[in-house]
Ligand binder design. Structure first.
Ligand code: ADP
Ligand code: MG
Length: 232
C-alpha cells in the first residue's frame, strides 16, 4: 500500500525549551484505519494539528499525498486542509446558528474539489449532504433545518462527522469524537464512521484515550511508541 501521510523527524514544543512531540517517523497507508491511543496531555491533538497544517513543526516534515505540508504558505495549507482533510473535533466546532444541513454544506463552499466530488457521487452537493445526514440519523423524519445549537451532544457529533465526510476527503481525522457518547451510541457512531470512510476510500486516523475502541482498527499505535518526547 502506498503512504498517504508521512512524518519525518518531527519536533514540536509550545515553548522552545520543552518538547511536546518528537516523532522520528510515522507512516499512514492509504485506506488504512489507524488508531492512536494515548492519555490526556500526551500530544494527540497537537499531532493532529501538525498533520492538518494548523501548526508547523519546529523541525522535520509532514508530507500528505506527496506534498510537503510543512513548507507551504498559510493560505496553501488552509486550501490543502479544506480539500484533503475531514476533521471531526472533540468539541465539534460546528457553526451554532446554522442548521445541520448548512453546516455540512459549508465544507463544499470552501473546496471546489470536494464540491465536485460530492456532485459526482450524489448528483448535487445538497443530495450528498442529505444522504450523509440520513445515514447518521436513523430517527425517522429528523429535521435537519434546525440550528445545531438546539441539538443534543450526540446529534451534533453526527453532524460533525457528516461535515467531515462530504466530498470524500483523502484523510479523515477524528480527535476523540466519541467521548461524549454513551456505549450504544458510540458503537453505532463508530460503525457508521468506518463504513462511510470505506465507501469513500478515505483513510481514517482516529485518536483517543479509550482502549475499548482499538479492535475495530487495522493499525493501532500507542503515543509512547511514536512520540519520543513522552518517554522520560
Ligand atoms: N495552545 C496550547 N498552548 C500551550 N500548551 C498547550 C496548548 N495546547 C496543548 N498544550 C500542551 O501540550 C501538551 C499536549 O497537549 P494535547 O496535544 O492537547 O494532548 P492530548 O490531545 O493528548 O490530550 C499538554 O502538555 C498541553 O498542556
Ligand atoms: Mg486532545
Amino acid at each position: 500500500m502506498p503512504a498517504l501521510l508521512k512524518l519525518d523527524s518531527v519536533q514540536f514544543g509550545w515553548k522552545h525549551s520543552e518538547s511536546v512531540l518528537d516523532v522520528p517517523s510515522l507512516t499512514i497507508e492509504k485506506g488504512a484505519h489507524t488508531f492512536i491511543m494515548g492519555p490526556s496531555g500526551s500530544g494527540k491533538s497537537t499531532l493532529l494539528n501538525l498533520i492538518g497544517g494548523v501548526l508547523l513543526p519546529q523541525r522535520g516534515s509532514v508530507t500528505l499525498s506527496d506534498v510537503v505540508v510543512s513548507v507551504l504558505s498559510a493560505g496553501k495549507r488552509d486550501q490543502m486542509r479544506a480539500d484533503s482533510i475531514g476533521f471531526v473535533f472533540q468539541q465539534f466546532n460546528l457553526i451554532p446558528y446554522l442548521s445541520a444541513f448548512e453546516n455540512v454544506l459549508l465544507t463544499c463552499q470552501f473546496s471546489e474539489s470536494r464540491r465536485n466530488k460530492a456532485k459526482a457521487l450524489h448528483g448535487s452537493e445538497m443530495l450528498a449532504a442529505e444522504t450523509l445526514l440520513n445515514g447518521f440519523f436513523s430517527e425517522q423524519g429528523f429535521d435537519f433545518s434546525r440550528a445545531v445549537s438546539k441539538l443534543s451532544v450526540g446529534q451534533q457529533q453526527r453532524v460533525a462527522a457528516a461535515r467531515a465526510l462530504i466530498g470524500s476527503p483523502e484523510l479523515i481525522i477524528a480527535d476523540e469524537p466519541t467521548s461524549a457518547l454513551d456505549h450504544d451510541t458510540r458503537q453505532r457512531f463508530m460503525s457508521l464512521l468506518m463504513e462511510e470512510a470505506d465507501q469513500r476510500q478515505s483513510t481514517l486516523l482516529f485518536v483517543s484515550h479509550d482502549p475499548t475502541l482499538t479492535s475495530r482498527f487495522d493499525v493501532v499505535y500507542n503515543m509512547s511508541d511514536i512520540n519520543r518526547a513522552m518517554v522520560q
